[in-house]
Each structure stands twice: as C-alpha cells, then as structure tokens.
Design a protein around this ligand. Structure first.
Ligand code: AHM
Ligand code: MG
Length: 329
C-alpha cells in the first residue's frame, strides 16, 4: 500500500507554499519530541519512576506530574536546539525560554506539553497541544508583542494525542491533516487527510459537576442539549474524558461541542488561551468548525498575559452558534 509520511507531506506543503524549509524543520523537531513522549507515555508504569506527582505546583496552582515535567523538558531541549525558534512558552513554565541569538530562528513555539494531567495515572488518553507564531518585531530581542499575538496570527496549530494509537494533527492554514504513528518503525503516516468537522453533531462535552457554580445561561444551554427534539437529534449524548485533547479529537471526528465555561470560581474558565484554546480554535476553524468564548471569536483575541484563561465553546459550527445564542447579552 502506498503511504505518505508526515515528513513527505510537510515537504510537499512547503513546495506548494513556496516556504524556505525552516517551518518544515521546526515541524520535524516537534515530531521527534512527540515520538519520545509517546514512548514514555506507553511505558509509564513499567518498572520506572515516571508516574505520580513531582511535589511541585505550577503557575496555575496545579500539581505537576512527573510526565508533565518530562514532556516539558523534552520539548524545551529539542525545540531550543532546533535553530528554528527564538522563544518557547509553556503552560508549565511561568516565564518564556528565550533562545540565545546564535541558535535562534524566526518562530515562537507555545505548548501545553502534556494536557490532561489528571488522567496520566489512570491510563486514559492524554496529549500535547502546540502553536507556532512568527516573530513580529524586527530587532534581535523577543518583545512582549511577539509573545502576545492575536490567535489568528498563528502560522500553525496542532496536537498529538497519546491514545489507543498516537496521532499527530496539524494545520498550517490549508486544511487539517491527521497522521498515525506506526510504533514498530517510529513513523507517522497520513491517515486522515483534509479533515472536516460535521456541521452539527449530537454530543455535548462539559464537566457537569460544576453546574452549581455556572450562571443561568450556561445551565439553560445544557438543559437545551438534554431536551427532547427529534429534528435536532436531541437529547445529545454526554461525553467528558477530562483530557481536552481527547475530548477535542472526538469532537473533530464526530462533531458536537466541547465547553469549558466560566464559573463563579473561575471568571475566565480554566483553559489557557495560548496553550489550549487558540491552537485548537485554529484547527477547528480550518476544519470548518467554530470556536468562541460564547461572545467572541477565540482567534480574534489578543491576550494580555501568556497564561491568560478564556471560556471556551468549540466544535461543530451549528452547535457553537447554538451555545452563543444562549450566552449573548
Ligand atoms: P491540564 O493542562 O493541567 O491537564 O488541564 C487542562 C485540562 C483539560 O485537558 C481538561 O479539559 C480540563 O483540564 C479538565 O478540567 P476539570 O477537571 O475541571 O473538568
Ligand atoms: Mg492543558
């Protein structure tokens, strides 16, 4: 059978876009890190010391798992030496890593190195989310504006899901393409070319345990999805894994809506704009879907802080529009 590797696909895209090759090199380095982490995730629990917490608390006040730290340092080391990036920001690091001038490239790399941390120890799918921007400023130093760019400025967004198989999904603005790792030879092959999300689905995904701290509009929205109406396939099914990468991956393939709303404890929700919401918004829009805070398009947001959170409604176009109709003032 004729198969296309991820590297071949990237090279083809590069020719098509008339790019210089620096972006292809950057993506290649992400692949290397993804394979290392995939291997480590698959063998977590075997004789090693990789499950469990480190005892540290991250900038978001969450316990840092050993695999979180492993994934973060793997990406920082590999991307930092790649010659393609000038700065790296991460959900797990309070401050950006600025790459020394002689090793710096023109891109900025942002990541949630291991999303779904609470699922690591229970053998449930987890993932990596990444986003790539071009350095905007012309001088040698990396400025605040370089790090706080509008979501729509992304050069690429993507994620890796370490599930029953490891998949790599990315978009650089011309379609969304999915690759599956063949672990016997350590190569990603094109398995899901030009992915499109269904216009409407029949699944809603949210942590419903938070209902008591939601506002009325959010409660009414969920009640709508649970109401009976044959024409719109309601009641919708409820699915919530608790790893956004996995919940999002299902949403992309099957349609529906994933939500992490604001609540009385978290006025901006829990998910981070730069590391979670924006890259997946870039993917979903390139697949024909929609992503919003309920009031505003995610990709129109210019963050004021690298760790800023945003409420998130993401998925099938019509389902997100329905959510917006409940949430607008
Ligand atoms: P993490 O990046 O620390 O793992 O946190 C993000 C995760 C998402 O993957 C998931 O959607 C959400 O947090 C689950 O949060 P909750 O337990 O509040 O439902
Ligand atoms: Mg996360």
């Amino acid at each position: 059978m004729e198969q296309t590797t991820l590297v071949q696909h990237l090279q083809h895209q590069q020719k098509f876009l008339g790019a210089t090759g620096e972006f292809t090199s950057l993506m290649n380095e992400i692949l290397v890190a993804a394979k290392i982490i995939s291997l480590e995730v698959n063998k977590a629990g075997i004789g090693g010391n990789i499950l469990g917490v480190t005892g540290n608390i991250n900038v978001h006040g969450e316990e840092v798992q050993k695999l979180d730290e492993f994934a973060n340092s793997t990406f920082v080391n590999i991307m930092g030496k790649s010659g393609t990036v000038c700065a790296i920001t991460s959900e797990e690091m309070e401050n950006p890593v600025i790459v020394s001038e002689e090793k710096a490239g023109k891109y900025i790399f942002m990541m949630d190195p291991l999303d779904g941390s609470s699922n690591i120890d229970v053998n449930v799918s987890i993932g990596t989310i990444f986003s790539v921007y071009r350095k905007k400023s012309s001088g040698d130093s990396v400025t605040k504006d370089d790090l706080l760019q509008k979501g729509a400025n992304q050069v690429a967004g993507g994620y890796i899901v370490y599930g029953s198989s490891t998949m790599f999904i990315y978009s650089s603005g011309s379609g969304v393409h999915g690759f599956t790792l063949d672990p016997s030879i350590g190569e990603f092959f094109l398995s899901h070319p030009d992915m499109k999300i269904p216009v409407r689905g029949n699944i809603y995904s949210v942590n419903e345990g938070n209902q008591i701290i939601w506002d009325d509009r959010q409660v009414k929205l969920i009640n709508y999805f649970k109401d009976f109406d044959e024409k719109t396939s309601r009641p919708y099914k409820g699915r919530y894994i608790g790893s956004m990468v996995s919940d999002f991956h299902r949403t992309l393939l099957k349609g529906g809506i994933f939500m992490y709303p604001k609540d009385s404890k978290n006025p901006n929700g829990k998910l981070r704009f730069a590391f979670e919401a924006s890259p997946l918004a870039f993917i979903v829009e390139n697949a024909g879907g929609r992503a919003s805070t309920g009031k505003e398009r995610i990709l129109d947001i210019v963050p004021s802080d690298i760790h800023q959170c945003v409420p998130l409604y993401i998925g099938s176009r019509e389902d997100v529009k329905t959510a917006e109709s409940f949430l607008k003032d």
